[in-house]
Design a protein around this ligand. Structure first.
Ligand code: SF4
Length: 479
């Protein structure tokens, strides 16, 4: 029997091709980052459950047990977590239903810090199925995380959790029946629907099939442009290759540089602007980079939901004569890494030279939070923030652009493009993996090769700051 569950219905709303593969369980294996996201959701749900100690939790029951138990508890007018409902081919398990007046109120638990547009059709589908199954839904709510909550001792669920009524918004959705019929037809097809790539590939979630679907694009494609309105329009018109963009297409100056460098098959370089950038630097340069992790429910006192907790940094101090010295910090245990990190960082950053980072908004936001949470360190941190220079500006402002950056100015693309040095040989080669490896080896203790992980974390973070020295040296050559 074809069954359209809530998650498949939401897949279908994003893309019918995604729905077809999801129904056949043919999506790529989930990553450690995906698992982390699910784990955050479950951790938050546990605190919501503490707010409703009189509710019956049906989590863990199989399909039939859940269904039978739901019927029994609905008759008894009990509050229920994970109640299961079915109508024809449609099935939902609702996070929480609570008896209210002549019917029930429906609650969807989301581990986000605000209500998002995709939460509304999620509730609308549930309401539709539950009402078809014979219950009346009076009100709909989203339960989400209070982003202003600051942990101080034991987590207080009533302060961590927020809820907002969305009944009116849910009631405005009237296409559930029509969509459900379409999606059931899609599931029954023998081959996946052919769908053109477009904005839906990233909205509301990055589609797990992107790698496969997007592999049809030419090497230098219009998605490398900076103006998303222009590139989606070009794709809609069937123009994929940067070389095929018609004369007269309205483009920004940056997009003009991208196309010119692809057509000329050589990097674009503004010597004057690079020279000016280099002339503003104050030596010695402190090339600096943080690694962080975050959790939905804060783990440490003086921290908020999803706050970036720094656990590692790398620092290369570069003198004007080119000599360098490397310093680093990598937290050791499962306690709050920030106090020890701050003590060492204070001493390592002592001096007057510029602190060079790649994409300053991240490093500055982490430093600002450290100053707020540990006011004893405010004075030197504010001075350090004032010394920050963003090396990414050179690439963000297109003083230099290499076609192999493929429209990106992240250090992972810039370093190989300008200096020929790649992250690909490293065991850990991106910030997301670094964060997960640290978190699941040091905090959750689910990975046991801690010694290797520590070595790989050091290599990865070190390359970020060593990479900045290499990039600067190449810029000096170009200028
Ligand atoms: S990548 Fe885009 S086109 Fe491909 S399945 Fe996902 S949403 Fe659909």
């Amino acid at each position: 029997m074809v069954l359209l569950t809530k998650s498949k219905y939401l897949n279908g709303l994003q893309c019918q091709r995604l729905l077809w593969f999801a129904d056949r369980k043919q999506l790529p294996e989930i990553t450690l980052s995906d698992e982390h996201k699910f784990a955050q959701g479950h951790a938050f749900e546990e605190y919501v459950k503490k707010l409703y100690p009189d509710a019956v939790d049906l989590n863990g029951l199989d399909f039939k047990e859940n269904f039978d138990k739901t019927k029994e508890l609905v008759e008894q007018k009990k509050k229920i977590f994970e109640a299961g409902f079915m109508s024809n081919n449609l099935f939902v398990r609702s996070d929480l239903i609570i008896p209210s007046g002549d019917g029930w109120d429906l609650y969807e638990i989301k581990s986000t810090t605000e209500i998002k547009p995709q939460h509304i059709p999620d509730l609308a589908f549930q309401k539709y199925v539950i009402e078809k199954a014979g219950l009346k839904i009076n009100k709909c709510f989203v339960i989400f995380i209070n982003k202003e909550y600051v942990k101080n001792g034991e987590i207080k669920p009533s302060e961590l959790i927020k809820q907002e009524e969305v009944t009116e918004k849910v009631s405005m959705i009237d296409d559930i029946e029509k969509n459900s019929q379409i999606f059931i037809t899609v599931i029954q097809k023998e081959s996946p629907p052919e769908i053109s790539i477009c904005m839906q590939c990233n909205k509301p979630y990055e589609c797990p099939l992107k790698k496969e679907c997007w592999s049809i694009l030419p090497e230098n494609n219009v998605l490398h442009l900076t103006n998303w309105r222009v590139y989606w329009k070009l794709l809609d018109e069937g123009i994929q290759d940067l070389n095929d963009i018609p004369e007269g297409t309205k483009l920004t100056a940056k997009d003009g540089i991208i196309i010119e460098s692809v057509k000329n098959d050589k990097p674009y370089c503004s010597k004057e602007q690079i020279k000016h950038f280099l002339s503003q630097l104050h030596y010695p340069l402190y090339h600096f980079d943080f690694e962080t992790f975050d959790t939905a429910v804060p783990l440490f006192d003086k921290s908020k939901p999803y706050q970036k907790i720094p656990f590692q940094y790398s620092l290369h101090i570069e003198q004007e004569d080119g000599s360098t010295e490397h310093k680093e910090f990598l937290a050791g245990g499962s306690n709050d890494p920030r106090p020890a990190l701050l003590e060492q960082m204070k001493s390592d950053l002592e001096g007057e030279g510029d602190i060079v980072v790649f994409n300053k908004s991240f490093e500055i936001s982490v430093m600002k939070k450290l100053a707020e949470d540990f006011p004893d360190h405010d004075e030197w941190l504010q001075k350090a923030i004032g010394r920050v220079v963003d090396l990414a500006d050179v690439f963000r402002n297109f003083y230099y652009y290499n076609p192999s950056q493929k429209g990106s100015y992240s250090i992972k693309k810039v370093l190989p493009a300008i200096a020929g040095k790649s992250y690909s040989e490293l065991e850990i080669n991106n910030g997301g993996d670094a964060s997960m490896m640290y978190f699941y080896s040091h905090i959750e203790h689910k990975l046991d090769n801690k010694k290797d992980i520590r070595q790989n974390l050091r290599k990865y973070c070190c390359l970020d700051t060593e990479g900045m020295i290499l990039i600067l040296s190449k810029l000096k050559e170009l200028a």
